[in-house]
Design a protein around this ligand. Sequence first.
Ligand SMILES: C[S@@+](CC[C@H](N)C(=O)[O-])C[C@H]1O[C@@H](n2cnc3c(N)ncnc32)[C@H](O)[C@@H]1O
Ligand code: SF4
Length: 385
Amino acid sequence: MSAAEAPPFGVYIHWPFCLSKCPYCDFNSHVRQGGIDEPRYVQAFTAEIAATAARVPGRTVATIFFGGGTPSLMDPKTVGAILDAIGRHWTIAPDVEITLEANPTSVEASRFRGYRAGGVNRVSLGVQSLDDGVLKQLGRLHTAREALDAVAVAREIFPRFSFDLIYARPGQSVAAWRAELTQALAAAGEHLSLYQLTIEPDTPFASLHAGGKLTLPDDDLGRDLYDLTLDQCAAAGLPAYEVSNHARPGAECRHNLVYWRYGEYAGIGPGAHGRLIVDGTRRATATEKRPEGWLMRVESIGHGVTVDDALMRDEQADEFLLMGLRLAEGIDPKRYAALAGRPLDLERIAALTGHGFVEATADGRLRVTRSGFPILDAVVADLAA
Ligand SMILES: C[S@@+](CC[C@H](N)C(=O)[O-])C[C@H]1O[C@@H](n2cnc3c(N)ncnc32)[C@H](O)[C@@H]1O
Ligand code: SF4
């Protein structure tokens, strides 16, 4: 198979450090006052890349994603060394997409040229809000001005960029979100990620929520905010291609598409997840989450993997549904049948279609409708049952 025909293979690199912990966030991110020994981490990332490539050799890497935590705290030399290691062990596709998540402070924007020189060709900025009061509530270390300045620097330096906003925040009205989204769309490039605030267990926001001190929009308002988001982004030429992701057609994040199309990807670094096809079997991998524990594990046994499970047919089919139905393009029912060893239940599809939650496309795919997206988990659970 030539590189052009090979299914896209992605590499996810997790950088687990942040300058401070945002009160809503439950990503695997840690604050370390004493600084981080980056050369030691480079060695460990290099070792884990080598160990992973030994299990899945000969792949052509179509996408690389530095996620976090805050990868824009990495020295550009660290990013460059990790990219070199990937290139030594796999072939890198000529049109590879290399994304790095960045926090939009001026300090981080000052490193953008270094990342670009190292090969990064796309950044995703965590803007979160364009309102300074809200940014404070969200525990962010940047202002709206700084964020817009970082977006402008990203636009100048990188061929592609995106930014994230969090909406459906406490007290947010439709009118306020309309104004903020209008401003965001004026600053946007070809891609925007717009997430409804979720209350994650064991976060400071979860305690506030439990104590009645943080009230989220109710379902109706959440729905209005979501509808507005879809309409306004589509009108601006960035239709939703996934529940929370909007892009000019052709400018989707190809790395995330590898996940949502249930492709193959390696997860490297503390707490990274992978789906690897080893000897024809799809395996779910995960690494030690604590950075220092991961480091010690890699330094003693050459990798940080703590979970490495062969996935049963049903598990693969369920994951395929869960990921694929997030996409506006939906799923190919034939691929479901091939994974599960049985087709989707036609009666369930008919019932869900009758309720207007799913629909068949002209080319025989199955997708969730706008009415179905707010209850996506229930739709998936029903189809997978
Ligand atoms: C790993 S974080 C982004 C990286 C970077 N550290 C930052 O914060 O700018 C990925 C994105 O997830 C979103 N996110 C994190 N926690 C969330 C929550 N509880 N609800 C909604 N969105 C959330 C934020 O928009 C964030 O930019
Ligand atoms: S939202 Fe980003 S900066 Fe804040 S704690 Fe999470 S990963 Fe770190």
